[in-house]
Design a binder for this molecule. Structure first.
Ligand SMILES: [Zn+2]
Length: 134
């Protein structure tokens, strides 16, 4: 089972088959949003009172320490850390734009790309940024 960690407080964001985030929508309404821990699965779970439209840019936050998860690679991309069963660390970047399917998983050397919209953010260089997280 892969664990997902906040890059700031390093606490666990995965509970069971969900990664739990605090998000803010365009109207600054806050809510909890559950995403799948399986990269490439873009299903999400939220309370029906929290509404957003496809194309809205959401802001993702750690529900534990409250830190913004916005990456320093691109303002549309959020960052979480992932550890696999062997304890190997990865940085996982994903789009904060609702309905935009782009995810980048990197171990600092190579980048694994998922999602049909991933071509939008492929220009970044990860190596140096990655090293500070582990
Ligand atoms: Zn945190």
């Amino acid at each position: 089972m892969n664990d997902f960690l906040c890059p700031k407080c390093k606490q666990h964001l995965r509970v069971g088959e969900h990664i739990i985030f605090k998000v803010k929508g365009a109207g600054k309404q806050s809510a909890l949003l559950l995403l799948s821990p399986h990269i490439g699965n873009y299903t999400s779970i939220k309370h029906p009172s929290f509404e957003f439209k496809q194309g809205d840019t959401l802001e993702f936050f750690c529900p534990l320490c409250g830190a913004s998860l916005k990456s320093d690679i691109h303002p549309n991309l959020a960052l979480v850390l992932m550890k696999d069963e062997t304890g190997k660390g990865f940085a996982v970047y994903f789009s904060q734009v609702a309905g935009e399917h782009s995810t980048y998983e990197t171990d600092g050397d190579s980048v694994h790309i998922e999602g049909e919209d991933a071509g939008r953010y492929t220009y970044f260089k990860i190596g140096e940024k990655f090293k500070k997280y582990f």
